[in-house]
Design a protein around this ligand. Structure first.
Ligand code: MG
Ligand code: ZN
Length: 371
């Protein structure tokens, strides 16, 4: 009896122990498995490519008007961004780039300032002290709304001369785009010599052509008085080539880098309601996306993000007068539209960029990966 009882007792206890082990393992498994999912692999480098004015119809156009498969096809996570500004349903490039660069919702025309016109820190200003390298490239002037919102602070996007003064002390490692007319002493109301200020701050400035090699110095390259020429007028491979040089330079930093590349003139083609202008700029941007993705393929710690600030032109790929085998690119406005814009990502951390979110959310999503 006792033995039996003992045996029973022992069996009961062994049973309890086994059961406990099972429960503990199950709970342990439950605890550890979501943790594994939350454990986001972080990138070292982020390349953010902004197609100004590039809505879904613009992206779709690359599938109809490019001879080979567009680089958009290579992304693995897709989302949508709600583009409104703080003070308007339809956003401009300044409020949108400010949202991307600072996470702050603001008014149309604002360059990295909030609704009270108070400067707000940009992603570039926040990561430079973390010894992360930075670069900005644009086919507009570097003082234009989209790139400006990443390094300057101004009440109005039109204050080009003021915006330019932020550049020599910006500590951005690689700058390429247009804008000499805002730098030239003779054009400036304050007669400041910004070229000299660049040199005093350790920059090598070039105004003739893209260099073939990178230097150890910070590089600032300005190849047009204002915006760069159009693709239709023979701009050539400025954007993909500048991106290649920037990646070569910035990737030398073991701490990583952030590079913003803008296809500025997709927007200008939209404003002009000029489908040829829009599509040639779009295909140039797609080629540049290819350069970023090729780099990421060889440098696995790189997250590539492609998105737009807003849509321009109310562009659609309409059937041509009822002919469903013929597309007639059509515009509904010479301004911007309120449609959501796509966001494409691939690389470590890409899972954070799916779904539908506001333009202001992009900043924190990127910062979380650098922190
Ligand atoms: Mg722009
Ligand atoms: Zn625009």
């Amino acid at each position: 009896m006792i033995t039996f009882e003992n045996k029973k007792f022992r069996m009961k206890n062994i049973g309890k122990i086994i059961l406990s082990i099972l429960i503990i393992s199950a709970v342990g498994y439950r605890l550890s498995s979501p943790n594994k999912k939350q454990e986001i692999k972080k990138p070292k480098n982020i390349i953010l490519l902004i197609g100004d004015g590039m809505g879904l119809s613009e992206v779709s156009a690359s599938y109809f008007f490019k001879d080979s498969t567009p680089n958009f096809d290579r992304f693995t996570t897709i989302g949508l961004i709600k583009t409104s500004a703080a003070d308007a349903l339809v956003c401009d490039s300044a409020a949108s780039a400010t949202a991307f660069a600072t996470g702050v919702a603001t008014y149309n025309g604002a360059i990295a300032v909030d609704m009270q016109k108070k400067p707000v820190p940009t992603i570039i200003e926040k990561i430079i002290p973390m010894n992360i390298s930075t670069g900005i490239i644009s086919t507009s002037s570097i003082m234009h709304a989209t790139p400006a919102s990443f390094y300057a602070h101004a009440d109005s996007r039109k204050s080009y001369q003021d915006i330019a003064t932020f550049l020599p002390t910006s500590k951005i490692d690689f700058i390429a785009g247009g804008g000499t007319k805002f730098l030239d002493k003779d054009n400036r109301e304050d007669a400041r010599d910004l070229y000299k200020e660049f040199e005093d701050n350790g920059y090598e400035v070039q105004t003739n052509s893209l260099p073939n090699t990178t230097t150890d110095k910070k590089q600032a390259i300005f190849l047009a008085e204002d915006g760069m020429g159009k693709m239709l007028e023979g701009r050539g491979d400025f954007l993909p080539n500048a991106t290649k040089i920037a990646l070569d330079k910035l990737s030398k930093n073991e701490n990583g880098f952030f590079l913003m590349v803008e296809g500025s003139q997709i927007d200008w083609g939209g404003h002009d309601n000029d489908a040829d202008y829009l599509i040639t700029e779009l295909l140039d941007f797609d080629k540049t996306i290819g350069v970023a993705l090729d780099f990421a393929a060889k440098n696995a710690e790189t997250l590539v993000i492609v998105t737009a600030d807003h849509e321009t032109g109310g562009f659609t790929l309409a059937a041509d007068d009822g002919d469903y085998n013929k597309i007639k690119p059509t515009f509904s406005t010479t301004g911007h539209s309120a449609t959501m814009v796509p966001i494409f990502t691939t690389g470590p951390g890409e899972n954070n960029f799916g779904g539908i979110f506001k333009n202001t959310a992009l900043f924190q999503k990127m910062m979380d990966l650098f922190n």
